[in-house]
Design a protein around this ligand. Sequence first.
Ligand SMILES: Cc1cc2nc3c(=O)[nH]c(=O)nc-3n(C[C@H](O)[C@H](O)[C@H](O)COP(=O)(O)OP(=O)(O)OC[C@H]3O[C@@H](n4cnc5c(N)ncnc54)[C@H](O)[C@@H]3O)c2cc1C
Length: 500
Amino acid sequence: MSGLEDLESRLEELTSDLRETSAAALLDDQIRVDGLVWAHAYVQAARATRAWADRTPGALRSSIAVAAFDDARAYVLGDDLAARAAAADRLTEIGRAGGIEPGAGDDDSQRMLRATVRGFAEREVRPIAQAIHREDRDVPEAVIAGVAGLGLFGVSIPEAYGGSQQSAPDTTAMFIATEELSRASLGTAGSLMTRPEILVRALLRGGTEEQRRRWLPRIADGSLLVAVAVTEPDHGSDVASLRCRAIPMPDGAWAIDGTKMWCTFAGRAELLMVVCRTADAGHRGLSVFVLEKPAFPGRTFEHVQPGGGTLRGRAIPTIGYRGMHTFELAFERYVVPSDALVGGEAGRDRGFYLTMDGFALGRLQTAARAVGLMQAATDAAMAYAGQRLIFGRAERDLRLVQAKLGAMVVHTVAARQLGYAAARLVDGGGGQVEISLAKLYASRMAEHVAREAMQLHGAMGYGEESEISRLFVDARVLAIFEGAEEVLSQRVIGRALLGL
Ligand SMILES: Cc1cc2nc3c(=O)[nH]c(=O)nc-3n(C[C@H](O)[C@H](O)[C@H](O)COP(=O)(O)OP(=O)(O)OC[C@H]3O[C@@H](n4cnc5c(N)ncnc54)[C@H](O)[C@@H]3O)c2cc1C
């Protein structure tokens, strides 16, 4: 497909032109930078889809790859009516074909992993996902035990520390497992692995050997669940401005004082990664602490230490992403020992870098969460449109419906392949920008796919009993957390593309 190479050259020209602009003007011109970032996201999604279709050819895969290219071309160059009609015809064909197996193109070990996790998620998670969402229940212990039993908390932990990662990392395995859990439920299962991934990365990068040996094996076997507290009431995207303080005490311990917001799973988790201010020096004055606490079920908790330090938690009601509960946390003179500081004295004031490093993998996992959700939405729309009769014929026989179903398939495949491509780069030691692109693209596409799938359900999709209504509200959070899409566009991807 020479068209894709031409489009890539055109995009390179546009990017070079923009590089000629002064850095100050670019930082001010957020709209142009955002447009360029999205152009790269569409083109890279088309490139990853093309590579997938080339690896294992087939007529349907080829059509999906061309449809992903249609999308990219329309975004970068704009489309006339004839091109739009041809693209719609292609989508109609794809929709009529009924989609493609999520594992299409997997190798043997990936197929086995996918089948195992899918079997567990279908059996243990999906049947209860709607009730947990609607009644805002806790994630059941059986689900946590099941995820632990499959070894999924340890996929990114080296064997030497009790995990299943052999000499070479396999980030695609993490992606596939997350995808399949999220296909059953984002809140009940798909997000269980995210927090450990962030803390594990921070410990492997910056922890002392003693800290790794103390925590990693128990994270890997699921006996210590993890929550990550970065965000505060006044500072979310602007991590460098965090204010929650850790104050050194004469005996080497630290006392934490301040408020954290939006800390998912903070009640049930036994390990809390907390980013605190240890010096008044912007991003150079933050440190990461890991504190051990009892697990509390439900939506409120209070932990009072023998010396009077307290940690109080209150779950913030949310429209979706329920089950793990997302907490506001108030620390008052909450004392942690000296070895709670990640990296010991050498790690002091290095918390910003460790946090950002941890988030990088969390972002890729969020792309995987989005892909799983999109797959569930596509499956639900295919099934509903197949059995709903409209004017005496199946909804799925209507051409416009087929085109919408086709677009869902294309976006889901493209997001998945973009994610896998980023995962392979991570295994090779790179991929930082590609991770953010994958997260950016998958999160927005998940919202779009969930919206279209809900639309095809008519009124039924607006009813709380329908699975698609849960997928719709769950999808909304993906572009907000793990780097809001504007932050990824302006401060991560845009800067890297333009060399700022
Ligand atoms: C359900 C849920 C669970 C969460 N779980 C966790 C967790 O476990 N741990 C944790 O620490 N945090 C968690 N968060 C918090 C999340 O990471 C933050 O919400 C996110 O970082 C954004 O911060 P903020 O909400 O303060 O938004 P702000 O930083 O105030 O930004 C508000 C909006 O401004 C816009 N914006 C921001 N920066 C720019 C820019 N440079 N250019 C253009 N526009 C911009 C964006 O639209 C952004 O959404 C969670 C949030 C939710 C909703």
